[in-house]
Design a protein around this ligand. Structure first.
Ligand SMILES: [Zn+2]
Length: 441
C-alpha cells in the first residue's frame, strides 16, 4: 500500500556533509525518502498529506554500528580490568562453551533495545548461534549485516568448521533477497583461522558476492604471532591469501605500518574503528587521521558489550574524536563532521547498504530523533556538534527503519523491552552459577 507522509521537526541534519535544516520536513513514501526541505515549502507542495510532527527534536540519519557481538550483552561487566588472555581464557571461553541459542537470542534483543536508544538503525554482528541473532533482528525490525563466527576449533554453535561453512552458505542463500538483512562471511581472526580456512571463506564469499568481516591487527601480540607463524604481518598475510579487496571489512586495525595503510586504501578495504574496546583492553589507539588522509574507508563500531561496556555509538563518536585530539595535542584533528561520516555513510557502505546513512531522495527512511527538550542538549548552536560532543544514549526519543517506527516518544514498539531485561537477568544468574562451578585455574 502506498504509505506517504511528511515527518517534521525543529531540526533535520540530512548528512555529514550537508547543512542542517531548521523547521524542516521529510517526505517519506513506502519507506524511502522522496524529498526534504523547509517544512512550509513541503506542506505547500503536498496539501492534505498527513504530517507527523516530532516538535523540539533533531532528526538525523540512523547510526551504523560497524562492528559488534551483540549477544555479549549477557557478559557485560562479568570481568573487567584483566589482561586479554586471562579475561578470555578464565571467564569468557569457559562460559561460552555452555552457550545456547536462547542466550544468544535474548542477549541480541537486549542489545537491539540498547542500540535503538542510542539512535542506531543498523549493526554488523559476528557471533555464535547467529541464526538466533537473525531471528531477533527479523522480529525487532532493525537492519543488520550478520554472520556466524568461523574458526578452526569446534564451535558450540555449529560443531566442526565444515558445518559452520555450510551454515554460512545456507544463510547466504536463504536471505539473499531480504530487504534488511545482509549475510556476511565472518572468519574470526588470522590467529584462529588457518590459511586453508581463509581460502575456503574467500571461495564462499566470491560465490555469493558477500562481504568478509574479520578482526585484524588488533594487538601487538597478534602481529608478532602472525610473523612467527607465517613470516608475514596480518595485512600481508591476507593479501597473500587473496582477501584484500573492496569486499573486505576489518575490525580494529590498531597496529598498522604506513605501507599497510596505503595498501588498505589502494585495495578498497574498509575498517571498523572500535576506540573504546581498544582502550579498555589496553590494545592501543588506531591511526585514524592517517587512514582517512590516505583514503581508507573508516567506519565506527562499539565491539562487543563485554569489552566496552556499552553499545552507545553516540558516546563512541565522542571518544573517537577526543582520543586523537588528546594524543596529538591538536584539537583540529578528526573533527565532528568526519566522525559523523564514520558513524553513518561510511558504515552503511562497508556493510553493503549503499542507500542508508544519509537522508536524501532515494535513500531509506532509516532515521532517529534526539529529544531537544533536554537540559544537557540546550541550546542548539550547531546540531552536528550537539550530536557528536553532547548527545548520549537515552536522549534519543524516536527511531525508524524503512519508514516504520521502532521507537516512538521513548517507547519501543516492536517488542517487549522489560521482558527482555527479565530474561537476560535470569541468564546472568545461570552464568554466575557456571562460574562458581568452573575449575579454579
Ligand atoms: Zn570484536
Amino acid at each position: 500500500m502506498d504509505k506517504k507522509f511528511l515527518l517534521a521537526a525543529k531540526w533535520i541534519l540530512p548528512a555529514w556533509d550537508r547543512e542542517p535544516i531548521k523547521d524542516g520536513a521529510l517526505l517519506i513514501r513506502d519507506g524511502k525518502i522522496e524529498s526534504l526541505g523547509p517544512r512550509e515549502e513541503l506542506v505547500a507542495q503536498h496539501p492534505g498529506l498527513p504530517v507527523e510532527d516530532l516538535g523540539e527534536a533533531l532528526i538525523f540519519p540512523g547510526l551504523i554500528n560497524a562492528h559488534t557481538h551483540a549477544s555479549m550483552t549477557i557478559f557485560r561487566g562479568l570481568a573487567d580490568d584483566l589482561p586479554l588472555m586471562t579475561w578470555l581464557q578464565e571467564y569468557i571461553f569457559p562460559v561460552e562453551s555452555h552457550l545456547k541459542g536462547e542466550w544468544v537470542y535474548w542477549g541480541a534483543r537486549l542489545a537491539i533495545a540498547e542500540m535503538i536508544r542510542a539512535g542506531v538503525t543498523c549493526f554488523c554482528d559476528m557471533y555464535l548461534f547467529e541464526p538466533w541473532v537473525i531471528r531477533a533482528v527479523e522480529e525487532t525490525g532493525l537492519r543488520a549485516a550478520l554472520g556466524e563466527g568461523l574458526f578452526d576449533f569446534p564451535s558450540p554453535g555449529y560443531g566442526p568448521l565444515e558445518k559452520g561453512l555450510a551454515l554460512t552458505e545456507d544463510l547466504l542463500q536463504s536471505y539473499e533477497k531480504h530487504p534488511r538483512i545482509n549475510i556476511i562471511v565472518c572468519p574470526h581472526a588470522v590467529y584462529t583461522c588457518s590459511p586453508e580456512t581463509l581460502k575456503k571463506v574467500r571461495e564462499i564469499a566470491e560465490r555469493h558476492e558477500a562481504i568478509i568481516h574479520i578482526h585484524l591487527s588488533e594487538t601487538e601480540d597478534e602481529v608478532q604471532q602472525c610473523l612467527e607463524r607465517y613470516g608475514r604481518r596480518p595485512v600481508a598475510h591476507l593479501r597473500e591469501l587473496g582477501l584484500l579487496n573492496k569486499s573486505l571489512h576489518i575490525a580494529h586495525a590498531v597496529e598498522l605500518t604506513e605501507e599497510e595503510i596505503e595498501l588498505l586504501a589502494s585495495t578498497g578495504v574498509s575498517v571498523a574503528h572500535c576506540p573504546e574496546s581498544n582502550l579498555k583492553l589496553g590494545s592501543g589507539v588506531a591511526r585514524i587521521p592517517e587512514m582517512i588522509a590516505a583514503g581508507v574507508k573508516v567506519s565506527l563500531g562499539t565491539d562487543g558489550p563485554a569489552s566496552n561496556n556499552d553499545l552507545d555509538l553516540l558516546s563512541e563518536m565522542r571518544t573517537a574524536a577526543l582520543i586523537q585530539k588528546g594524543l596529538r595535542r591538536d584539537p583540529t584533528v578528526l573533527p565532528a563532521k568526519e566522525v559523523f561520516r564514520m558513524a553513518t555513510e561510511a558504515g552503511a557502505r562497508a556493510l553493503g547498504f549503499p542507500h542508508c546513512g544519509r537522508l536524501e531522495p532515494g535513500y531509506q527512511a532509516d532515521l532517529a530523533a534526539l529529544d531537544l527538550e533536554t537540559t544537557s542538549l540546550t541550546p542548539v548552536h550547531d546540531p552536528l556538534s550537539l550530536l557528536v560532543y553532547s548527545a548520549r544514549a537515552g536522549e534519543v526519543s524516536d527511531l525508524m527503519v524503512e519508514g516504520r517506527w521502532l521507537m516512538r516518544e521513548g517507547r519501543i514498539l516492536t517488542f517487549d523491552e522489560k521482558e527482555t531485561r527479565t530474561q537476560v537477568t535470569l541468564i546472568a544468574e545461570e552464568i554466575q552459577a557456571l562460574l562458581r562451578e568452573r575449575p579454579t585455574p
